[in-house]
Design a protein around this ligand. Structure first.
Ligand SMILES: Cc1cc2nc3c(=O)[nH]c(=O)nc-3n(C[C@H](O)[C@H](O)[C@H](O)COP(=O)(O)OP(=O)(O)OC[C@H]3O[C@@H](n4cnc5c(N)ncnc54)[C@H](O)[C@@H]3O)c2cc1C
Length: 461
């Protein structure tokens, strides 16, 4: 039986951030990861010479979140290509334009930015139960400004009903980006590439004596009388009906990074109060999973008519009501595929509730792809193609009103000392790798009983 201060379950953005921060703070830590890869939902894997990202595409941190985690643990998150403009597909007119064409009135834009920067973080908390558009209409009736905010929401958060975004989550991120980067939305490609990004954090753990164990599933968190005793790692079953705890790591603190839909596979529901576990179950429903159709298409020629670093977006394609986006990975990371080709990465959201219906999914893929070929005729000359259904795992929990912020289960388990849920699917703000890292920071600081000075008064939860 081994012993450590903290067991972290999962080696995605949250688990590696938590592990690296704890190791940097002198704690003994073991990170357990079920899969053979680092990165979780944001892992990058090689597929016939192409580096394909399951999840992570762009990091939405101007500097105060995951970038600072790297800094604190002695590593660097290199900010690569940044997207600044926003090509937008107008599905009614069937043509491309820029978000700027829709926004003639700069005074209105400035008015809304001023209102947002003057709105306190506490006031934003009160908008968990209302849509973004409702907040905007208080300050402007200019459709161009409303479009700007709603298209950014499509890029960042993705709901199948693209107009139906929570005000609080979206404005929270907008305010942070305005204040830190003077931009409505900041996103960058990690300069070291996604696979190396996660390796750098794992190294920060192992260089300080911690461990990151791949191919190692946590079995159960052992809890007795509200106290954690340890975590089991079941033996690989030699017979189908094997039933034993296998190895036990002794610890009194566990940081689980499993998303809401997986957490009860490891944490016994009976150790938590019913009102709390019901909140987790409510959010875990298929209908609230952000699901989408992922499409990678490689061509010999570029297919976009604008700067390839720019992320293009739409609320519908010619044959499917699937909001989504596309970028040319060649401009972000030229080493991530064979010479002489461009790798285009795109996706469109579908309702999570329907993602288990294989006929529906196949039909939507065909319609989505047909629409994409009208939007980018050059993609028809593909030399390589991959489809992927994003559902299990999903992108995240949808950010509609009443499904965010105070409507989510807290990241501190009630009734169990030392049990934390570091995940952007629990109570946090926004979605994505940066938010997972911030969720990890909140748990680590609570466990330490103090704030880590590097992060100042910046945002955690
Ligand atoms: C298609 C797609 C596109 C996305 N695009 C972006 C983007 O552009 N930018 C962005 O920032 N974010 C993006 N995201 C979201 C981002 O990937 C996630 O928010 C982030 O990776 C979540 O990290 P996490 O560590 O919280 O959780 P996860 O990555 O889900 O980590 C949990 C880990 O736990 C492991 N695990 C599960 N069960 C066990 C067990 N029993 N024992 C041990 N380990 C276990 C899993 O294998 C996994 O590695 C995207 C996601 C998807 C799916």
């Amino acid at each position: 039986m081994s012993k450590c201060d903290v067991v972290v379950i999962g080696a995605g953005a949250a688990g590696l951030s938590a592990g690296a921060l704890l190791a940097a703070e002198g704690k003994s830590v073991q990170v357990l990861e079920r899969s053979p890869h680092l990165g979780g939902r944001a892992l990058a894997v090689e597929d016939e010479g192409f580096a394909v990202n399951l999840g992570g595409h762009l990091i939405e941190d101007a500097g105060s979140g995951i970038t600072k985690v790297f800094e604190h643990v002695g590593k660097e998150l290199i900010h690569g290509s940044v997207s600044k403009e926003m090509p937008v597909w107008d599905n009614e007119k069937r043509k491309w334009g820029s978000i700027r064409d829709r926004m003639p009135n700069k005074t209105e834009v400035k008015k809304v930015i001023k209102a947002l920067t003057e709105t306190s973080w506490d006031e934003l908390e009160e908008w968990d139960d209302r849509p973004l558009r409702q907040w905007l209409l208080q300050h402007t009736s200019d459709q161009g400004v409303i479009d700007l905010y709603e298209f950014i929401s499509v890029l960042e958060c993705l709901t199948d009903e693209w107009w139906d975004h929570s005000a609080s989550d979206n404005l929270w991120v907008r305010k942070m980006h305005y204040e830190e980067a003077r931009m409505a939305a900041y996103s960058c490609w990690p300069g070291q590439g996604w696979a190396q990004l996660w390796q750098d954090l794992a190294d920060a753990i192992t260089e300080r004596g911690g461990s990151v164990r791949l191919n190692t599933s946590a079995g159960r968190v052992l809890i007795e009388d509200g106290k954690i005793l340890g975590v089991t790692i079941p033996h690989e079953a030699s017979v189908p009906n094997a039933y034993d705890d296998g190895e036990v790591i002794e610890t009194d603190c566990v940081i689980s990074t499993l998303p809401v839909w997986d957490v009860f596979k490891v944490v016994p529901e009976s150790a938590l109060p019913d009102w709390y576990s019901q909140q987790i179950r409510y959010l875990s429903q298929d209908r609230w999973r952000v699901s989408w159709l992922n499409l990678y298409i490689a061509t010999e020629e570029p297919v976009t008519m604008w700067d390839p670093k720019e992320l293009a977006t739409w609320t519908a394609t010619p044959h499917s009501e699937t909001p989504g986006y596309m970028y040319d990975q060649a401009a972000m990371d030229p080493d991530s595929f064979p010479d002489g080709v461009h790798l285009h990465c795109m996706g469109g959201v579908i309702p999570g509730a329907l993602a288990r219906d294989t006929d529906y999914v196949r039909d939507m893929f065909d319609r989505f792809e047909a629409g994409i070929y009208e939007m980018y005729p050059g993609l028809k000359n593909s030399v390589w193609k991959r489809r992927g259904l994003v559902f299990d795992p999903a992108f995240g929990v949808i950010q509609k009103p009443m499904l965010v912020g105070s409507f989510r289960p807290d990241w501190r388990a009630p009734t169990v000392d030392g049990l934390y849920f570091a995940s952007e699917t629990f109570k946090s703000r926004g979605i994505g790798t940066d938010r997972s890292a911030r969720a990890a920071l909140s748990c680590v600081e609570h466990y330490l009983g103090r704030r880590i000075a590097t992060f100042g008064d910046g945002w955690r939860y």
